[in-house]
Design a binder for this molecule. Structure first.
Ligand code: GLN
Length: 289
């Protein structure tokens, strides 16, 4: 057995050594300490506050082995969200696995936009395309209990993860549908369409760095220019939006102009690109007419 304090120190040293090897610029001691704490808390079934409050507490051998395995995986570059099996999105604890993209804080802005423009008093029909872990659909569902919310994904494994999250968050009004973008729901028009589709270009060097190496390629890559999915969605929008229907699509920092052009070609109006907190173009919204 070893104490919490000893294990945290050991973990931090291991992570620092791997970080120096893999990614020298990213080795911040404070975040390595935080990661060691998160991994030990999960391995030992404790809360982070327990670790801090009781550093001399002894950790049993099986829990220590679990922790050492977690530190090893993290040292190999595996995203911490996949090791913990969880990532917070808009305050919601979402289960995640390598079957789903890890929800990003930037995507919270798209949800904020949708909620700000659609008051709870008007029940509408809304869809999240390529829902993955269910992040967008469930974040909307928590704030809008009376909306009809569809969460679509092509991946059955992603839908299973979204179903787990729907269950945990008791968001039974979210309907999960296996779909290749919008095709299977042609009969129902939608008031609001949201998506964080894949938008990375197939040869983008970022794909071989950081978390992206471990995330499902189908959730990241969209053809040679990264616009293949948004092109398909844009083409399907006119026949799926209600007359006053609105859409918001996340995209890469350098894709704003291309996405606006695709939405214009599809006949949409009031096209507007929104920036994230880093000042980068991050998602574009529009109206059917
Ligand atoms: N935002 C992700 C990244 O570049 C990409 C997510 C996506 O393709 N939807 O890190």
């Amino acid at each position: 057995p070893a104490s919490i304090a000893t294990l945290l120190r050991w973990g931090q040293v291991q992570l620092k050594a791997s970080a120096d090897l893999l990614n020298p610029l990213d080795a911040e001691q404070s975040s390595l300490r935080l990661e060691a704490e998160l991994l030990l808390a999960t391995a030992a079934g404790l809360r982070r506050t327990d670790l801090i409050a009781w550093p001399e507490r002894q950790i049993s051998a099986p829990e220590r082995l679990r922790y050492q395995h977690f530190i090893h995986r993290r040292g190999q570059g595996e995203p911490i969200a996949y090791i913990l099996g969880e990532r917070e999105f808009r305050g919601l604890p979402l289960r995640v696995s390598p079957a789903t993209l890890i929800p990003r804080p930037e995507t919270e802005l798209l949800v904020d936009w949708a909620l700000a423009r659609h008051p709870p008093t008007t029940p509408i029909r809304c869809a999240d395309l390529g829902t993955g872990s269910g992040a967008i659909a469930l974040a909307i569902a928590m704030e809008r209990p009376h909306w009809q919310i569809l969460a679509l994904d092509y991946s059955v494994a992603a839908l299973a993860m979204a179903a787990t999250n729907r269950e945990r968050l008791k968001a039974a009004h979210v309907q999960l549908i296996q779909a290749d973008w919008l095709s299977p729901i042609a009969a129902q028009r939608l008031d609001l369409i949201l998506a964080n589709p894949p938008y990375v270009a197939a040869r983008d060097p970022h794909l071989s760095r950081g978390d992206l190496r471990f995330e499902p390629p189908g959730a990241l890559i969209a053809g040679a220019d990264g616009l293949a999915a948004i092109r398909r969605i844009a083409a399907e929008l006119p026949s799926h939006l209600t007359p006053a229907g609105q859409v918001a699509l996340e995209h890469g920092w350098d894709q704003g102009a291309a996405v606006r052009a695709l939405l214009r070609q599809a006949g949409l109006t009031m096209i507007e690109t929104h920036r994230d907190l880093a000042g980068q173009e991050r998602f574009t919204s529009a109206r059917a007419h």
